[in-house]
Design a protein around this ligand. Structure first.
Ligand code: ATP
Ligand code: MG
Length: 578
């Protein structure tokens, strides 16, 4: 169902002239060949993504600009200029070379968001080896799966996290060494390396990093990206994030998933921005303080965090000076319309939703400062990317029809392969389209609307319902913080809609009274019925304390469903403690 609520671009308070002045004009005239001059090539068409992220700036006044403002979990701070970051990553590169790491070898990083994570990532790319990232919250099984599948040669971690390797190390014959960054002599060993490096001049198609998907729908896939991906990442950082020289930018994503790589390390630094990185966990007051203290002007975050901020009544944006914010964005999950209305009210700015995947390597569909936002829509394809809605045979569907969100292969950051799984890689492609596994539709004005993951779409009484629209309707009720919605098999209706609802604090006491609890369930059902559609309301509601989510904050509906149906819950390697 398409909502028509619009946040007009004319209401957008521009403080800097946006890079993307006219969406349609840029889209129509864009081609990647022509965009090549946005990045730096060596001779003979060679390049290096890490060079583009950092070292390219050393020939300009940006050399001494701060690239990284790091804030530790305990409040300590450190800053690094582009020059310092380049030197530190060169030292990592030498250190790894000294350990026999060669081009094409996989070097994995298993660290919290500390400066060495970022420097080592760059160092790995600079010698042409392949960087892999592991969330610092991963436990033994998740580590074993990924390190084994990738055949990682070196693991960079700290003494605390390395404990999790003890029981699995013997099962990893390819793993030659574990580097512990807080061991006694590590700092000296690193400092003794040269800060100058002959950077590997890779082919555009040489592998740069690999990353396992979030595991929302099943076992994570080892997605491999090449060096040329930096072009898409750079261009989208410019057009979608709208990064300018003056900006202070904070992307809250962990580099254990793709946003934290493409838009903290690669595309954003390639645009020369000063980035804030916060080591600690989500906490509303701390987050607002970080935005205020650092004068953050561009903030890229995720719906899960926004919903948690909205749910806080004692800590609100109005209590902080967030006047430096000028552009805010969201990715990773559908952005509930309520979240945009909230941000407009609280921050004077709308969240700009954008859509992409680990596999796509860059933002593919987005809202832009210079385009009206249709609240609830993901926006339009980024320049250089052709997107469509196709049926399962890869035939394009007309506007307003639900189908697979599909992309025409050929943009620079399209994944190169699924590690050790060519068959899986091939299975993404149908009739020359890359099928994303997500369902959506395009409206008559070319805006894309997300309906749900193909697996999550509910078929009830002959109608198809995306869980997201039901969840969004529930979130609009004052009692609800979050909701996860599934289809539950039903002999009459095919499936019925069941909602798992997390309530605001003040309701938790009240629902201890079972009459009240039943009443509230009734009320929520009716609320959705009234606000959404007669057929698309939850016939069953269950209150729960917490939704199962991936470490990157995505609702894992498959786990709600498996539990509901008493089925095995499958791969839980990315599940947040539950
Ligand atoms: P897996 O592929 O292992 O199941 P995953 O798909 O969650 O995990 P990611 O690549 O991290 O792994 O996430 C991409 C997916 O996230 C998209 O396919 C889409 O389902 C969802 N997503 C990302 N951004 C948005 C958005 N703006 N609106 C709706 N959904 C989004
Ligand atoms: Mg996926």
């Amino acid at each position: 169902m398409i909502q028509t609520d619009i946040f007009p671009k004319n209401n957008y308070p521009f403080r800097l002239p946006p890079h993307l002045k006219n969406y349609q004009e840029t889209y129509d005239n864009f081609n990647w060949q022509g965009a090549n001059n946005e990045i730096v090539f060596f001779d003979n068409g060679k390049l290096n993504a890490a060079y583009n992220a950092v070292d390219r700036h050393l020939n300009s006044p940006r050399k001494d600009k701060i690239a990284l403002i790091w804030q530790g979990a305990t409040g300590n701070r450190q800053t690094f200029t582009f020059n310092q970051l380049a030197a530190l990553s060169n030292q990592f590169a030498h250190l790894l070379k000294g350990k026999g790491v060669q081009k094409g070898d996989r070097v994995f990083i298993f660290l919290p968001r500390v400066p060495y994570l970022y420097a080592s990532f760059l160092g790995i790319l600079k010698i042409g080896s392949i960087a892999g990232l592991l969330f610092s919250a991963f436990q033994e099984n998740a580590l074993l799966d990924r390190l084994k599948d990738s055949g990682a040669k070196i693991l960079i971690t700290n003494s605390q996290l390395s404990q999790r390797m003890k029981n699995i190390r013997s099962q990893l014959p390819d793993l030659k060494e574990i580097i512990i960054i807080d061991s006694d002599n590590f700092d000296q060993e690193l400092a003794s390396q040269s800060g100058q490096l002959e950077i590997e001049k890779t082919d555009p198609s040489d592998y740069a990093f690999m990353l396992y998907t979030s595991g929302t729908t099943g076992k994570p896939k080892g997605v491999v990206h090449h060096h040329y991906a930096i072009l898409s990442e750079h261009v989208t950082a410019k057009y979608v994030l709208d990064i300018h020289e003056e900006d202070i930018y904070w992307c809250t994503a962990d580099p254990g998933w793709v946003t934290g790589i493409a838009y903290t390390i690669l595309g954003s630094w390639s645009c020369g921005v000063t980035s804030v990185i916060y080591e600690g966990r989500f906490d509303p007051a701390t987050w607002y303080q970080i935005l205020a203290d650092n004068h953050v002007s561009i903030w890229y975050t995720a719906p899960t965090a926004i919903r948690m901020l909205m749910g806080k009544e004692d800590v609100t944006p109005k209590q902080y000076d967030l006047s430096h914010l000028r552009h805010i964005l969201s990715v990773g999950e559908p952005l509930n319309p309520e979240a945009i209305r909230w941000s407009v009210k609280q921050l004077g700015l709308p969240f700009h939703d954008n859509w992409w995947q680990t596999e796509t390597g860059c933002i593919c569909i987005a809202n832009y400062p210079t385009m009206d936002i249709k609240i609830g829509s993901m926006g339009k394809p980024v320049p250089g990317i052709q997107a469509a809605i196709v049926d399962d045979q890869g035939q394009i569907l007309p506007p307003e029809r639900e189908g697979n969100i599909a992309l025409k292969p050929g943009w620079p950051s399209m994944m190169k392969t699924i590690w050790q799984n060519e068959e899986k890689y091939q299975s993404y492609f149908v009739n020359d389209w890359y099928l994303t596994g997500d369902h959506g539709l395009i409206d008559n004005q070319g805006y894309f609307w997300f309906i749900g993951r193909a697996d999550d779409v509910i078929k009830t009484s002959g109608e198809r319902v995306g869980p997201f629209e039901v969840e969004s309707a529930l979130v609009e009720h004052p009692a609800v913080i979050e909701a996860g919605v599934i289809g539950k098999p039903d002999p009459v209706r095919g499936e019925i809609i069941k909602a798992f609802v997390v309530l605001e604090q003040e309701y938790l006491e009240k629902i201890k009274d079972s009459t009240y609890s039943d009443q509230l369930k009734q009320e929520l059902s009716q609320y959705v019925k009234k606000h959404l559609a007669g057929h698309a309301y939850p016939r069953e509601i269950e209150f729960i304390d917490k939704l199962p989510k991936t470490r990157s904050g995505k609702i894992m509906r498959r786990i709600l469903k498996a539990k509901e149906l008493g089925q095995p819950i499958g791969d839980t390697s990315t599940l947040e403690e539950y």
